[in-house]
Write a protein that binds this ligand. Structure first.
Ligand code: TAP
Length: 490
């Protein structure tokens, strides 16, 4: 009896001190350098330039990769063109087999890919493991299911693919954005040249290896790495039939100008300034979790982040108190540690942008608050930050911060909430927290946002279309809508 008591007593402090080991980076084998993936082979650039990709959490160089120049892009587009005929002629059920195979390999290699993505991007392993990778596999499974049913999707009896798709993606969800682009393109019989972002090229290069493992015919998927100039060469290439871009509104506008007047089809998924609207009748505990998830998931580097909290005046103080208490429990630090909630900012450049906008928030008179937290000395870090007393004129209420910075505004009536939520050039996402179903249905029609979540936030499903209004772009990815962007009959 005495012994048992002693054991229980000594077990307690040990339980509190328990910290699971970081996910081992040994599960992923990163080569010292990577070539371009063109026509089923990794090849050097004609010019031979190399770039480095670093871990944003430590600034350690992870690998070198190749800067694709215009002539490399040309080779990739030609390889995709050559593959297009035979690929598009395959019966849908055959294309589906490749997509199912890719989905299964992604699942089998998901631990390796999650660690890789966390290393290259800086996001917590818990997110890559539980959100990014499952969604990547789900996206390939979902579009594999469509490949042999296109004739029944309402696009006519024999919908035709467009040809070669040029796809340019950002760094915030590298593999997930790749899946959103490549899965529907391949399911509909198109071939692809994809350019990942310059700070996160690795998961796309590992995906190239997965394509080989799946036995995907040569040239169906080509990966060209490099900086913005590689992206510009790709979207401007005359051999491209379709451009799909996800990234900033500024670059999206530039691409729209390049494509204007050509016969290329274009879809743009751009920035956002999502409003997360909390009414006094909302389940507040749940709403607090939704607010935290809405802005601190992926360090707030999410196009659909709930970066503006609109809280009803009557519950402002209660919500803010609870929110601050919750933020003090967030763990910021090593992205490979399974206990980490907030990881590193993706790049020094992005950190500078966040820092500048947060300083502008203070300078314009909003009140800044962060929980006490120690940030690692190396790498790129920004503490979770709240601004209260924000007005609609403040830059932090108007501009996309793309970081862990929440601007809190208040409203009194439902009409005011809608007006404030819509008072932005963007139109990507919004969230509503309330007990009233009728209010949700009414507001969903009034909010000018491509996605409206009710009593939840940042929920994704491959069957659900995603995309924006206004300066958040046009076209939808996901669901049956996602097929339209790659078919002649749309
Ligand atoms: P961008 O700077 O726009 O970069 C996106 C991609 O475009 C990168 O691969 C980039 O290459 C490339 N690029 C840069 N200049 C180009 C040019 N002139 N022509 C063609 N391609 C060019 O965005 P980012 O900073 O990576 O990502 C953050 C932005 O993406 C945010 O605004 C966010 O809201 C938006 N985003 C939107 C969505 C959706 S679904 N709407 C999803 C995720 C992100 P480099 O990396 O080499 O510069």
């Amino acid at each position: 009896m005495t012994e048992l008591t002693q054991q229980t007593e000594t077990a307690k402090p040990a339980a509190f001190a328990y910290a699971p080991a970081p996910e081992s980076r040994a599960v992923v084998d990163i080569a010292p350098s990577y070539g371009l993936f063109i026509d089923g082979e990794f090849t050097d650039s004609a010019a031979g330039g190399l770039r480095k990709t670093v871990s944003p959490a430590t600034e350690e160089v992870l690998a070198e990769y190749t800067q694709a120049e215009a002539e490399d892009v040309d080779r990739a587009v030609k390889a995709a063109r050559k593959a297009f005929g035979p690929w598009s002629a395959l019966p849908g059920a055959e294309r589906a087999k490749y997509l199912f195979r890719i989905a299964r390999i992604v699942q089998e290699r998901s631990r390796e890919l999650a660690v890789l993505e966390t290393l290259d991007n800086g996001k917590p392993i818990r997110e890559t493991r539980d959100a990014d990778l499952p969604l990547v596999a789900a996206h390939f499974f979902y579009y594999a299911g469509w490949a042999d049913k296109l004739a029944y999707a309402g696009f006519g009896a024999a919908p035709q693919p467009l040809g070669v798709a040029a796809q340019v993606i950002p760094w915030n969800f590298p593999l997930m954005m790749l899946a959103w682009k490549i899965a529907p393109a391949l399911a509909t019989g198109n071939t692809v040249v994809l350019k990942p972002a310059e700070t996160t090229p690795l998961s796309a290069l590992f995906f190239a290896d997965i394509c080989r493992q799946a036995g995907l015919p040569r040239g169906v998927v080509n990966i060209v790495t490099g900086d913005g100039s590689t992206g510009a060469s790709l979207v401007g290439h005359p051999g491209v039939d379709k451009v799909a871009f996800t990234g900033s509104t500024a670059v999206g506008k530039e691409i729209a100008r390049t494509v204007a007047g050509t016969d290329k089809r274009l879809t743009l998924e751009l920035g956002g300034k999502g409003a997360n609207i909390v009414f006094e009748d909302a389940p507040l505990d749940q709403a607090i979790e939704g607010i935290v998830n809405g802005i601190f998931f992926n360090q707030g580097q999410v196009c659909c982040a709930g970066s503006r909290l609109l809280v009803q005046e009557s519950v402002h103080d209660e919500v803010l108190d609870a929110l601050k208490r919750r933020l003090t429990t967030l763990r910021v630090g090593d992205p490979l540690d399974k206990n980490t909630d907030v990881g590193a900012i993706n790049s020094a450049e992005q950190l500078a942008r966040i820092t500048e906008l947060a300083a502008a928030g203070e300078a314009e008179g909003a009140e800044r608050w962060s929980p006490a937290c120690e940030l690692p000395s190396d790498g790129y870090w920004f503490a979770p930050t709240l601004f209260t007393g924000v007005t609609q004129a403040h830059r932090i209420a108007r501009e996309e911060v793309f970081g862990p910075v929440l601007s809190v505004l208040t409203f009194r009536t439902q009409e005011e909430a809608v007006a404030k939520a819509n008072n932005t050039p963007y139109g990507l996402s919004a969230g509503i927290w309330t007990e009233k179903g009728s209010r949700i249905l009414k507001m969903a029609n009034q909010l000018r946002a491509g996605v409206v979540w009710a009593n939840t936030f940042n929920k994704f499903d491959p069957a659900s279309p995603f995309g924006g209004y206004k300066e958040s772009g046009f076209g939808r990815e996901g669901g049956r809508h996602g097929l339209e962007a790659y078919l002649e009959h749309a």
